[in-house]
Design a protein around this ligand. Sequence first.
Ligand code: HEC
Ligand code: HEC
Ligand code: HEC
Length: 459
Amino acid sequence: MKKRLLISALVLIVMLFVIYRISVKTPADIQSDRVGVATLFIKGNCLSCHSANPELPFYAGVPLVGDMVKADAQEGYRMFDMEPMMEALENNGRISPVDVAKVEKVAIDGTMPPMKFYMVHWGSQMTEDKAEVVVDWARNFRTEYYADGLDEDMAGEPVRPIPLAYSNVDARKAELGRILYHDVRLSSDNTVSCATCHGLNTAGVDNKQFSEGVQGQVGGVNAPTVYNAVYNFVQFWDGRAGTLAEQAAGPPLNPIEMASKSFDEIIAKLQADKELTRAFAEVYPQGWSEATITDAIEQFEMTLITPNSRFDKYLRGDDDAITDIEEEGYELFKKYNCATCHVGVNLGGESYELMGLRKHYFADRGTELTVEDNGRFKETQIERDRHRFKVPGLRNVALTWPYYHDGTQATLKEAVCKMGTYQSGVALTDEEEDKIVMFLNTLTGEYQGQTLTNDNVQP
Ligand code: HEC
Ligand code: HEC
Ligand code: HEC
């Protein structure tokens, strides 16, 4: 009697196991394309934890279990909103390279959906062969998205080289933009130009925690570099400018920065300069206006790119361009999720991300919250956007100290250490930090054929 019960139980277990294996198996016809990965993500129930209004499973109503389910859904959505990507997959829309990097990483690591979820939802587990489908799709996506012709073995990398030359720049407009960029007449008392805070010989930054505008007034947020800003999907930490031209209209009238009353005030001063006005009218027949001034500055900023860093040479196939330790640093950069936010040509500038994803950065900082700490929330007033910032690019980052929007990190090593803690949820070892910093050092590129340097000396 006992024996028969045991045998029945065993048979049942084996049957359940077989059914389980069949349910998690990747169907043979799943392709590494939009339809294929969309199918996998739907099977994985990703949206039940990664969207604003998830469809919760029936047992979400059960006491205790239900609370756990809801907590997961809340935490999942805080971390990652997957709806835009699913919509784009289904409607052939634009997919963010950051979202691609994120889902690829959890597929490789096998962390999503969480085990407690796939133990209940059979078939949702991201097995190795499903992960392979996702990885292949990510590679295809990047090959097409960046169109940079990287060799087979680099085509899947989340970090991409800067194009060797800029395109679509009108050289004559850019030259006028260069002049205006360095022109103090854009400021109320003729003391401050764009270059005061974004010197081209100081890596496009001022190396101060907060910048100083006219009459020594101090702002409340750290100045990002202008080099490679053209690769950011929006400008400013909070993304309040959509284009470089729109951005360039800000500082001249900002009371703390250049403090001009209006563009009319600026134009009156520029008009008095007969020679410049004549040169300007040759290229812009419509003459001085806010639109033409900011267009010229944008054209100039499009030339502020720094290709040919050692890391870019490595991506293009020169294995000797970086050392083994620097390469290890890059591997760590990918292993610890850094390359899920710092992706693409600029290693950032592609998305807004929560500062303090894994641990409360602002509570630990120990100083009072400022308006600027709100980040994207300042613009949208949407609670989920509080403390979300446009991810800064990491090109030439060795030269752009101090770091973070609040300028609190004096050295790159400190900035890397805290990224581990607050964004990736890992305590990096001293050796790992050093290796990542060494990798970041390989991102210093060339401006006009010369390796970028900084005239300021890091304290
Ligand atoms: C049961 C809810 C649940 C499901 C289903 C789920 N996730 Fe998650 N997801 C979470 C939670 C909770 C976190 C945050 C904690 C963690 O990383 O373990 C998270 C984190 C993530 C992250 C962010 C990781 C990071 O560090 O930035 C990504 C990306 C992600 N999930 C993708 C997916 C994908 C893709 C699927 C479907 C294959 C999926 N998730 C299914 C709950 C879920
Ligand atoms: C007084 C110092 C100061 C001056 C002058 C100044 N900036 Fe800035 N710039 C900053 C600060 C600070 C920020 C960050 C502000 C923010 O994100 O809210 C910034 C942001 C930017 C950005 C966005 C970069 C990014 O990654 O988001 C660009 C581009 C830029 N400035 C270009 C210019 C141009 C062009 C001018 C001249 C028209 C100029 N700046 C004048 C301090 C200055
Ligand atoms: C979830 C997204 C995310 C992850 C993961 C992430 N970062 Fe960041 N990183 C950011 C954001 C957002 C900022 C801006 C934070 C701020 O200014 O308060 C930033 C800032 C930085 C800066 C400072 C740049 C500057 O100019 O101020 C460095 C360096 C950096 N990250 C490196 C790393 C490294 C190394 C890792 C991995 C250990 C990593 N990041 C992981 C989003 C991320």
